[in-house]
Design a protein around this ligand. Sequence first.
Ligand code: GLY
Ligand code: MN
Ligand code: MN
Length: 413
Amino acid sequence: MQTPSIARSEYMQRRARVLAALKGGAAVVFAGGSSQPLLGPWIADANFQYLTGLDDEPEAAVLFDPSAEDERRRVVLFLKPLNREAERWDGYREEIGSGLRARTGFRTVMRTTSLAALLTDAARRAKRLACLHPFAVYDAAVSPDLAVYRKVAERVPGVAIEDGTELLKGMRARKSRAELAMMRRAIAATAEGYRAVVRMLAPGVNERDIQQALETSYHRHGVTRVAFNTIVGAGLNSTVLHYMANKAAAEEGDLVVIDSGASFGGYCADVTRTLPVSGRFTKEQRRFYTIVLDAQRAAIKAARPGVHMWQVEETARSVIEKAGCGDAFIHGVGHQLGLLTHDVTPAGPLAPGMVVTIEPGIYFPDRKLGIRIEDDVLIGRAGNRVLSSAVPKTIEDIESAMRKARRARGGQA
Ligand code: GLY
Ligand code: MN
Ligand code: MN
């Protein structure tokens, strides 16, 4: 399989589009700080990654300065200074030069020590600074661009700070052909992970074994990161929406909710299936499973351009309510998917090129029974396409796949 990637020219086009959309205002997009040492990989801010493709430059930033006289300085990449001693711990980094400029597609690359001076000068000329990072809620830290702009505005009279937060949301939500190839790859690896689970699922396996089967399969299929912490909950744990302990044994007669996704080049998959540990749904499980499946199918059918997600949610909810289970559907129907699992949500209805999840569920702790079914759906020009359809979903397909797996293991059909 050919490895999909996003061309440098596409990143350059994205930056040119932002520069034009700013209509003379200046802006900075930050990559974010370093992660805790030895604890997980560093993950770039999604806006930064979207604009640069760089996923290994903590503390970097991009300045948009549309009124710069020197055309080459209208979009500038800032990277933290080289530190030869730190590099012995964290990895070797490149010097600024033609090689780095060619690799990144930036005509001007500077060190972050120059950002304050260039941004202050840009603000003095432009008199407008646009916030491109999403605003934080009031009890969280102020978004990084707004925090810096406030300092600039204290020092440069007459600088206005503007809300530009819809710009990158809108661009990121509508995926390009190259982005869709990345997402399809993440989803294909996720489907392989589910295949591995079907092969090994049986009474007595631990939730952790299921997680491991998924993630080992992702790695085997060229994916090195999960999009989010894998959720594997059997029995009562299937009723916990974001259960991540993954340490109990899955017992005969349990349903297991598996919510997992590979991440390829930063693009996330997010797929949930609910499987019978013993290979067959009980009568009660079939009844509830069918309600969720009907709701999910109706919601997928409703997810078209021009329709709002709240309308898609109403569609799922009405099916579940009609079946008398309204109070058991305790979460939203889905979300945008992209560089983040819960990706930015632009204002307005669904539009072609968006990828959303559709994931109704019902949960009955007293019955130790939770069911969620989640697919990744690409909104097209007229309807949509389910990108995760390779993962078995109907009762018949799940039971048949598990039966075949049992036969292959040499167990009972
Ligand atoms: N995996 C988290 C969610 O489905 O939203
Ligand atoms: Mn999910
Ligand atoms: Mn989801």
